[in-house]
Design a protein around this ligand. Structure first.
Ligand code: C5P
Length: 407
């Protein structure tokens, strides 16, 4: 039984029928030795009482943003920072929507907006509410913001319907809490990781450009994983609509030329991972003014080849110890990757199939093959976050083979 002694959890209880399970969760946390602070939303007070939770936790239960005594004892900002982990259980559709939109109208939401600690949510709602596009959108937003989820489970609901929406059981929430509070190895502490991500934009004229469908999701996930392992993480990114991962040093660029210059300026580095979908060509001569329709033949576009950033950095005298390329292919995936490994001079190619039916472009999952001189390793279909974590742990081990990477 993993002890949580010395750890402190802030539990935010939302207003749903599953709120009664908060009692059991508090009891389980207490048996593990965790310190617990509790916030109840107004709606939660309809289901459980501050008194019952205070008796179980042995701590004061907070309910109001405007409580003079609470603010004197511990301001709400401090409440949001004092914990090692914030847990929202149950996370109702309403609370999830507020969190996804950064609302801060009461103590629970203000605390959630002010916290700089990891947040775990345990959603609970009617299955139609869970499946509603608005909730799906909000949950996606929270995942992108880096929040962790446990549940919901399938099962019989209080309303009599059957399906997903039941809050995870207290022991499942406890397992997720233990997992998140486990001290993580930081095998990349003191190491510098350079990552490129997203598409590049190559201007045609002041209002038009050539680009591609790259979402940047895999590269951003790799940047998050590098930060988790303790690396100084530089993310050189083309235009994407993703939030900047916390702890990452972001270097926004538009063109391949800009991406190359920034990468060169960041050397030396220990590891470089090039996930960017760099445009192979740029327009040879960008028009100074917007091109106009003339009624004659359309203007021809004369293209010039862009620098290959991966190949250039692989051959730089200050080459990072490990250079990783990605190969997005629509056919003969591993054959093309093996060729690329040779031509580009990198240590590892992560090959993936990006054919339209694969759903990789813009999607959240990926099936990759690791191609190196040692051979080909096929990884199962995983979320882009899992691919990122597994890849960074592998690279950390390659950098220091005698040191155990993330436990
Ligand atoms: O040749 P291809 O574009 O398929 O190679 C893919 C790999 O090379 C990726 O890692 C990509 O980031 C990198 N690349 C690059 N600069 C280019 C083209 C590709 O860094 N101009």
């Amino acid at each position: 039984m993993t002890s949580l002694a010395g750890k402190s959890v802030l539990l935010i209880v939302g207003g749903g029928i599953a709120a009664y399970k908060a009692h059991e969760l508090v009891r389980l946390l207490k048996t593990r030795g965790a310190a617990i602070r509790i916030i109840l939303t107004k709606a939660a007070e309809q289901f459980v009482t501050p008194l019952s939770l205070a008796s179980l936790s042995g701590e004061k239960v907070h309910t109001s943003l405007f409580s003079l005594t609470d603010e004197v004892e511990m301001g709400h900002i401090q409440l949001s920072r004092a914990a090692d982990l914030v847990v929202v259980a149950p996370a109702t559709a309403d609370l999830i929507a507020k969190m996804a939109n950064g609302l801060a109208g009461d103590l629970a939401t203000t605390t959630l907006l002010a916290t700089d600690k990891p947040v775990l949510i345990a959603p609970a709602m009617n299955l139609r509410m869970w499946r509603h596009p608005a909730t799906v959108r909000n949950v996606e937003t929270l995942k992108r913001d880096g929040l962790a989820l446990t549940g919901p489970n399938d099962g019989e609901m209080a309303c009599g319907e059957f399906g997903p929406g039941r809050m995870a059981e207290p022991d499942e929430i406890l397992a997720a809490i233990v997992g998140m509070l486990k001290p993580r190895a930081q095998p990349l502490a003191g190491k510098k990781v350079l990552i490129t991500a997203g598409p590049t934009r190559e201007p045609i004229d002041p209002v038009r450009f050539i680009s591609n469908y790259s979402s940047g999701k895999q590269g951003y996930a790799i940047a998050r994983a590098a930060v988790e392992l303790g690396a100084e993480t530089i993310l050189v990114s083309g235009p994407v609509s993703l939030p900047i991962p916390p702890g990452v040093q972001m270097m926004p660029i538009e063109t391949a030329q800009e991406m190359l210059e920034i990468c060169q300026g960041e050397l030396p580095a220990d590891i470089a991972v090039f996930t960017a979908a760099v445009a192979d060509w740029r327009v040879a001569a960008e028009a100074a003014e917007k091109l106009k329709k003339t009624g004659n033949a359309p203007p021809g576009l004369s293209l010039a080849e862009n620098p290959d950033i991966l190949a250039t950095i692989s051959r730089d005298p200050r080459r990072p110890r490990i250079v990783v390329g990605f190969a997005a292919e629509t056919e003969k995936v591993t054959e093309h990757a093996a060729e690329k490994l040779k031509n580009k001079g990198c240590d590892l190619i992560v090959a993936n199939d990006v054919g339209r039916e694969s759903g990789v472009f813009g999607g959240d999952r990926n099936t990759v093959h690791l191609v190196s001189t040692a051979g080909i390793e096929n990884w199962p279909n995983m979320s882009k976050d899992e691919v990122a974590r597994k890849l960074m742990e592998r690279l950390a081990r390659m950098l220091a083979p005698d040191r155990k990477a993330a436990e």
